[in-house]
Design a protein around this ligand. Structure first.
Ligand code: IDP
Ligand code: MG
Length: 139
């Protein structure tokens, strides 16, 4: 499975703005298979644990507040070259820099509330998939 999966989260801004369905359709149309999906509302510990690598960054507390502000939709996705292709599909972290037609260009409003997460390496994809889903929950 390694190399072929990535972990995404449709973030609370996109869920609250009613973009969940369109974003899932965009992802499936790009050739990804959904291996696991659920809607959760994270607490501080859960969101902080997910973004542990950023805990020394100045925006960490704001990021945790944002990620706990409402429900979000984590998903495990499968495709060849899943991680790199998905980063291209979602666009740059700051939607102002995101290429035309990317998910962040279409649905994100700010560098923080940027609609969607995508793993940045195969190693992190596996860690992040395991953070949200058990073996039994992945098809
Ligand atoms: P990525 O999501 O494109 O991989 P990261 O640098 O890993 O970007 O940052 C994780 C998340 O933290 C971003 O998606 C965004 O929600 C938030 N973030 C990143 N940089 C900033 C910033 O400068 N100000 C506020 N929030 C930020
Ligand atoms: Mg990142």
């Amino acid at each position: 499975m390694s190399g072929n999966i990535t972990l995404t989260i449709i973030k609370p801004d996109a869920v609250a703005n009613g973009h969940t369905g369109k974003i899932i359709d965009h992802i499936i149309s790009a050739g990804y298979k959904v291996k696991a999906m659920k809607m959760i509302h994270m607490n501080d510990r859960e969101a902080g644990g997910f973004y542990e690598v950023h805990k020394e960054r100045p925006f960490f507390n704001d990021l945790v507040s944002f990620m706990t502000s409402g429900p979000c939709v984590p998903m495990v996705l499968e495709k060849d070259n899943a991680v790199a292709d998905f980063r291209t599909l979602i666009g740059a972290t700051n939607p102002a820099d995101a290429a035309e037609g990317t998910i962040r260009n279409l649905y994100a409003k700010s560098i923080e509330a940027n609609a969607i997460h995508g793993s940045d390496s195969d190693e992190n994809a596996l860690r992040e998939a395991g953070y949200f889903f058990s073996e039994l929950e992945m098809f």
